[in-house]
Design a protein around this ligand. Structure first.
Ligand code: SF4
Ligand code: SF4
Length: 749
């Protein structure tokens, strides 16, 4: 204790006694705190009960050390939020302020009963005064910035789309005003201490508090009254959020920690819910279709309680910030899907249906009601009405999620990438699709042809299997097949598009030519290859996915027999195959080292095995495929290849890398009609064309098709060319090689 504070204590000895004002403020503070704490405990128990209604997810308890580390890094470092510059920094200060300045709320309980009270021990340390002063000021600035951002982006502002459209705005404003008032009253309390000579911190450590003290009157009861007001404001916040358990904008302060801790892949710095899809599970165990029975096992999600408890925790944690919505290609092109609104609908439905479920209600897997009439007799009619709503259904059917919402998703992952609290939207969407496809046979009818082709022909186009190697015709070198050679370094996974689709075949030929030029020993499976299963899995047909994937895993395991994992190398041109083979086949016993062709080409250029000799000019922009970029974090390799092969610098589109905009083909959308809103590929092509680049480089056959169609639809096929990164490199490495004209052919085998 400093000499100065000792003097102050001696001087203020008589002021420590409790007067009538202090008696009133103490009673008020105690009463409102008791009510708030009781309501908060009740609210927490309710939320825990709702979350526990979900299905088991035992895998979420693995790697606890890694989980704890990731949680600390993401929360303390605000690694996700800081991607949004100013708003991230402002939120960081407010978060730190919430944690550190909670001590000042606690201190208010010591101040409310006396005129010079303070937090025992640390409350007298100058360092405590200094740190809380700095954080108080920065939090004040932070909350004012957040308030300004919310106001500037309010949904009612004239013109423009807002990420807050559909968010419960009063809740955001309420939370922000509470934070602001609590911070202000922190300085008012200190100001009264200064004004009444009860403040023990020096000016240099607490200049703002001293400045506030200068303008406040020398009112002996000021500290107690201000402390009581601060407590009342804080407890009002606790009461309001306790009465509104779906108020994610407030509850995420607590729920974000477990939600990040339990995310799917704790070691991934970003995009934990990206890449592989969760396997289809029943009672927490992956389903094996050879034994699965729809009357005993859960096939996807038909009712909200069939999500895992982590799903229900996701829904509860949503802050309604709308970052996901602002990046969603479906929402941005006028479709009814917003990932935020989808999560909010599921959250509201779960909490409204919870009383019915907690009373024992629910449907078993044959559709029979589980509860007795007596169990449901005293239930609120609203909970019963909510229980009757179909999870997927139109507005007329009273559905929670409209089918158009469900089927608009391209699984591009922009929502998962952006979400600051690691909500796993894509998994939830695909889980709902799985039930619709496998049990209800309800999905956009035009995709049925693709599914039939996959089942019968092993590729989405229904092309004959014996034409899989047609792309090799006319090459001036032999393309070896697995079986004919066994000393290959890379197995070249051609993919269905690469084998049957005219534009993609040019990419396949370009890659094979470059590998041959670089002296890479590679081999193809030829007719032994079938679809990787990606479109089946993303549309929700896990049965067809498993059928195709098991067949491929068997073929690949045979091809690599006797090799350790590091030598089971595959190169794929299609990011969907790259993702499925590399990230999902492990779920079925297939462990391979899979690279995308742009990664291998970048390596070959950097090691001097390929030498670009003639820069491609005219300006080049690059479109990041979602399943290469966001889902698998391959951003640099294609840019390195282009950087070596083109004249001048790459021209980036405004939306690039992590924030790249989907082409519209993912999530099996390639095989569905796009009837609502603006076409996603047109939106992307307009952005690409606005760069002025004459070449739009891509790294995915589906992006190539979508963007080429978009360019042709704009009548710009003569001015702008959409080609794969490999073709750009080939033009630079072998300028004399015939390139086969522009890649503008229609889809077809
Ligand atoms: S995955 Fe993409 S399309 Fe689907 S909801 Fe998320 S952002 Fe929208
Ligand atoms: S980004 Fe995450 S927290 Fe924000 S609205 Fe979307 S789902 Fe909710």
């Amino acid at each position: 204790m400093t000499e100065q504070s000792e003097v102050i204590r001696q001087q203020t000895g008589e002021a420590n006694s409790m007067g009538s004002v202090q008696i009133v403020t103490t009673i008020l503070a105690a009463a409102i705190t008791a009510v708030a704490v009781w309501l908060a405990v009740r609210a927490v128990l309710k939320m825990v009960a709702v979350i526990r209604l979900g299905q088991p997810a035992p895998e979420r308890f693995s790697d606890r050390v890694a989980r704890a580390r990731t949680m600390l890094v993401e929360t303390a470092g605000h690694t996700r939020m800081l991607k949004w510059g100013v708003v991230g920094a402002a939120h960081w200060f407010v978060m730190v302020g919430f944690v550190v300045l909670s001590l000042l709320v606690l201190e208010a309980y010591f101040e409310v009963g006396t005129t010079d009270g303070g937090l025992p021990i640390i409350g007298h340390w100058t360092i405590f005064g200094l740190v809380t002063e700095i954080i108080g000021v920065l939090s004040l600035v932070g909350i004012l910035v957040l308030m300004a951002i919310r106001l500037r982006n309010r949904p009612t502002r004239p013109g423009g789309r807002s990420r807050f459209t559909g968010s419960t705005m009063w809740q955001g404003y309420f939370v922000e005003w509470i934070v602001l008032l609590v911070l202000i009253f922190g300085f008012v309390i200190r100001g009264f201490k200064v004004a009444t000579d009860h403040f023990e911190f020096p000016f240099w450590a607490t200049p703002v508090s001293h400045a506030v003290g200068v303008v406040l009157p020398d009112w002996a009861d000021g500290v107690s009254v201000a402390a009581a007001i601060k407590i009342i404001i804080s407890m009002t916040w606790l009461i309001v959020i306790s009465l509104n358990v779906t108020m994610g904008v407030a509850w995420h302060r607590f729920l974000a920690f477990p939600n990040i801790f339990f995310k799917r892949e704790p070691v991934k710095p970003a995009g934990s819910g990206l890449g592989a899809l969760r396997p289809m599970t029943s009672q927490g165990k992956p389903l094996d279709f050879e034994e699965a029975d729809p009357e005993k096992d859960q096939f996807g999600v038909a009712h909200v309680e069939q999500f895992t408890w982590k799903g229900l925790l996701d829904f509860s944690t949503c802050t309604e910030c709308g970052r996901c919505q602002s990046q969603c290609p479906a929402w941005n092109t006028g479709k009814p899907l917003s990932p935020k609104l989808l999560i909010l609908s599921l959250r509201d439905h779960a909490y409204a249906k919870a009383p019915y479920l907690l009373a024992g209600g629910g449907k078993d897997l044959t559709g029979e009601e589980k509860a007795t009439q007596a169990q449901l007799a005293h239930l609120d009619v609203l909970a019963l009405a909510e229980a009757d709503k179909p999870l997927i259904g139109t507005a007329e059917e009273g559905g929670v999620i409209d089918p158009d919402v469900l089927w608009s998703c391209t699984t591009c992952g922009a929502c998962v990438e952006q979400c600051p609290v690691d909500i796993e939207h894509v998994d939830h969407i695909v889980d709902m699709r799985r039930y619709q496809v496998l049990i209800e046979s309800s999905f956009p009818s035009e995709a049925g042809v693709m599914l039939r082709n996959l089942e019968n022909k092993g590729n989405p186009w229904g092309a004959p299997q014996n034409t899989r190697e047609d792309w090799t015709k006319g090459l001036d070198f032999e393309v070896p097949r697995v079986g004919e050679v066994d000393d290959f370094e890379y197995l070249f996974w051609v993919g269905c598009a690469g084998a049957f689709e005219d534009r993609a075949k040019k990419t396949t030929r370009a890659v094979a030519t470059l590998l041959n030029e670089a002296g890479v020993k590679f081999a193809i499976l030829g007719e032994g290859e079938t679809c990787s299963g990606d479109p089946a899995r993303r549309i929700g047909n896990e049965f067809v996915f498993q059928m195709l994937a098991q067949q491929n895993v068997e073929t690949l395991n045979e091809a690599f027999e006797g090799r350790e994992k590091a030598k089971r190398k595959i190169v794929a041109t299609c990011p969907h195959c790259f993702n499925t083979l590399g990230n999902e086949y492990g779920q079925l016993g297939g462990e391979f080292e899979v690279v995308h062709h742009t990664q291998l080409l970048a390596h070959l250029v950097s090691t001097g095995k390929l030498t670009p000799v003639q820069p491609v000019d005219g300006g080049v922009t690059y479109h990041d495929p979602c399943y290469l970029g966001r889902h698998n974090r391959v951003f640099a390799a294609p840019r390195e290849v282009l950087g070596d092969a083109i004249a001048g610098d790459l021209t980036e589109m405004p939306r690039n890398s992590e924030r790249s905009f989907c082409c519209g083909a993912g999530g099996a959308r390639m095989w569905m009609e796009e009837k609502i809103g603006k076409r996603i590929n047109v939106d992307r092509v307009e952005e690409a064309m606005a760069t002025g680049a004459k070449t739009v480089a891509v790294g995915c056959p589906f992006c190539s098709t979508m963007l080429s169609d978009g360019v042709n639809g704009k009548g710009a096929g003569e001015q702008v060319e959409v080609i794969d990164v490999a073709t750009v490199l080939l033009r630079s490495v072998k300028p004399e090689q015939p390139q086969g004209g522009k890649e503008t052919a229609p889809i077809g085998g």
